[in-house]
Design a protein around this ligand. Structure first.
Ligand SMILES: Nc1ncnc2c1ncn2[C@@H]1O[C@H](COP(=O)(O)OP(=O)(O)OP(=O)(O)O)[C@@H](O)[C@H]1O
Length: 366
């Protein structure tokens, strides 16, 4: 498996607690499945989301994230299984009776209504008293930092501000759960990062349970208390960003979360035999078993007698470190971070070593 992450990207694992939050369960999925003919979009999903938690559904395209989100809010009906909110079975409850707010990527504001009118619209339709509408609208606008922009029209706002209006339109109901389906993917990188901070702040201040869908692992690491990584309609691992990064259960998880250099091979008495030689393993394993040695870039270094040989094929200066791309003898691309001394030039032959205690040996592919 080759590293497919952006060589230029930075991975920051936020300081989340080391274990799942000890809070009441807000929402539970039990054996949730959704079939479309032969396609299994969701496959017996069991999931508990805690009160006030920020949980991200992460996974490649087609892994079932949107289907799970839609099943939770009631826009999609499960083929099997149950959904509980606050301990009550809501599998077949109408979407508007679930107390769930939804924010989509496509924020779809009414262009001919002002920001305040956009936010007030659904409350008006439901016949709420004008005074309460004004109060709620004002509060929601303040929460998203747009108290000054109530009289503007959507086309007078930036993409980030429009997404905040969409968020305010959701907050105005005081939902106890908010679902967000790739809400930031239409924004450019800088705006997206600003909005991530904003969403984190709103989460802290309102203590709402948030389930956030993204296929961007950096966004998941930056935002979430826990990440639920999906593939082929199943949950492959659920944990804090740190658990997912430091203790992946399979090569798929190690490859998806952060940058990994993964060597696949067979265990022999001397280590892992692979196309780049025999590599030492962090612990003992039965000879003949197959598996994956996972080496994170920050645990690798250039050493004169390292077990892997290769050639530097790219270097990127990034302040405190230089990122090196090394192509090994077998043609595999390895990323590492070089901190001490001048970086080698492109084309230089190098040998790679690593901190053996920080290496991981995984036997599962998925
Ligand atoms: N209405 C539908 N009819 C048939 N198949 C569907 C339908 N909706 C989703 N699927 C299939 O179900 C699977 C899961 O789709 P889903 O949209 O939930 O994935 P996703 O993880 O949200 O993907 P993406 O990141 O691309 O949005 C995919 O194989 C998809 O093709």
């Amino acid at each position: 498996m080759q590293p497919q992450k952006d060589f230029h990207s930075d991975i920051a694992v936020t300081g989340s607690p080391a274990s799942a939050p000890e809070r009441a369960v807000k929402l539970s999925a039990r054996g949730l499945s959704r079939y479309y003919g032969e396609t299994v979009a969701l496959d017996r999903v069991d999931l508990d989301v805690h009160e006030g938690e920020f949980l991200t559904l992460l996974g490649p395209s087609g892994s079932g994230k949107t289907t799970l989100l839609q099943t939770i809010c009631g826009l999609n009906k499960p083929s099997r299984g149950q959904l509980f909110i606050d301990g009550k079975d809501h599998t077949w409850t109408q979407p508007e009776k679930r107390g769930i707010g939804v924010v989509f990527q496509n924020y779809a504001l009414f262009p001919h209504l002002t920001v305040s009118e956009n936010i007030a619209y659904p409350l008006k339709v439901r016949g709420m008293a004008p005074r309460e509408i004004t109060q709620r609208t004002g509060r929601a606008l303040e929460t998203v930092g747009l108290g000054h922009a109530g009289n503007r029209f959507p086309n007078e706002l930036s993409g980030g501000q429009q997404q905040r209006v969409a968020l305010a339109r959701c907050l105005v109901y005081d939902p106890s759960i908010i679902l967000m389906d790739e809400p930031l993917s239409a924004l450019d990188r800088k705006l997206r990062e600003q909005m991530q901070m904003e969403i984190k702040r709103i989460h802290r201040e309102t203590d709402t349970t948030i389930i956030f869908v993204t296929h961007d692992q950096e966004e998941a690491l930056a935002l979430s208390e826990r990440i639920c990584l999906m593939r082929d309609g199943r949950i492959v691992q659920l944990g804090t960003p740190r658990e997912m990064y430091e203790s992946p259960k399979s090569a798929f998880v190690a490859d998806f979360i952060g940058i990994s250099n993964i060597f696949e091979g067979e265990v022999s008495d001397a280590g892992l035999s692979c196309s780049d030689g025999t590599l030492p393993l962090p612990d003992a394993h039965e000879s003949g078993s197959k598996g994956y040695l996972v080496l994170r870039p920050e645990t690798m270094e250039l050493t004169t007698d390292g077990p892997i040989g290769g050639t530097v094929t790219d270097t990127i200066y990034a302040g405190a470190e230089t990122r090196l791309l090394v192509t090994t003898g077998s043609g595999k691309e390895v990323i590492l971070r070089h901190r001490a001394g001048p970086a080698p030039r492109i084309g230089a032959p190098v040998r790679l070593g690593w901190d053996r205690n920080a290496a991981q040996f995984l036997t599962r592919a998925v």
